[in-house]
Design a protein around this ligand. Sequence first.
Ligand SMILES: [Zn+2]
Length: 356
Amino acid sequence: MTDFVSIPVFDGHNDSLLMTYTPELPQRSLLVRSDAGHIDLPRAESGGMFGGLFAISVAHPDQQFPDPEDTGKTDEDTSWILVDPVSPNHAKAVTDRGIREFKSIIAASGGRMAMATTVEEILDARERGVLSAVLHFEGAEAIDENLDNLNDYYRQGLRSVGLVWSRENVFGHGVTFGFPGSPDTGPGLTDAGRRLVRQCNQLGIMLDLAHLNEKGFWDVERISSAPLVATHSCVHVLCPSPRNLTDKQLDAIAASNGVVGINFCVAFLREDGKNNTDTPLETMVAHFRYIADRIGVAHVAFGSDFDGASIPKVIGDVAGMPKLIDALQSDGFSRADLEKIAWGNWMRVLGQTLKS
Ligand SMILES: [Zn+2]
């Protein structure tokens, strides 16, 4: 290990809140060290993580969850994921419960964790050793089609929205999980989707394109005034999953001064698309290297998908982040490059997008 392991980390995507508001999943506190899952406050501190986007996502009422203990499975079957639409009422109820849990965790943290709504707040919290959580919706089903409740969610702290998860909603269409496949899986944004983009621009809410299909991506590219962001996606040339970004999409993200958070999900990293956690660090590093070489180191960052995906065993959990930073350093990234990848690029894009 080198000195570089001390580089602090801001992460573009986790699903750790799921464990606090989804009764079908084993519940655990994010404030107590655990061996289960990927993130809790003590392990975040061990891994150098000072902040990240914390997602609230809404499972379909009939969704089957995989066995969380079965992390070593090599099964590539993703048929357990139901891609049927969810009703707005169900989405609102789950989302509101998620926000309540999110706030109660922060209240119970004794000042060790805080909700952040600006870059200034994130960096100030970092100085004080406080973990910053930026509230993100993974899929916009809880937002009214006419955007009536968007201002209310903004007031509650919402600063990042994925227009869709991997399914259809009133705003657009998400990619599904078939492998191999193109992200061009259906129609673009609806009128409501285009209104949502403009309204998020106006309020200073970041738009996440990670699960959006390709036509929707290009609609956002045409409409949005903010940098383009995929919080947890990888490179399609290296792993032809519909969840990954084509070279043309990467070029557009660079042209907008945006960023890609590299997803640690093995099925989006591996050339064979398999859900095999025996995946070496080199396979992860290749995605960072590809983006840095093609569009520049200013446009690649971390988007782990911790607690939402099967990740390489070698990383294990958030406490394993220094191993990835060390592997990136061994691949030739400089200290200055790694400061950008690990947190600086996220601060730039959030700074250009959120309003103080
Ligand atoms: Zn996701």
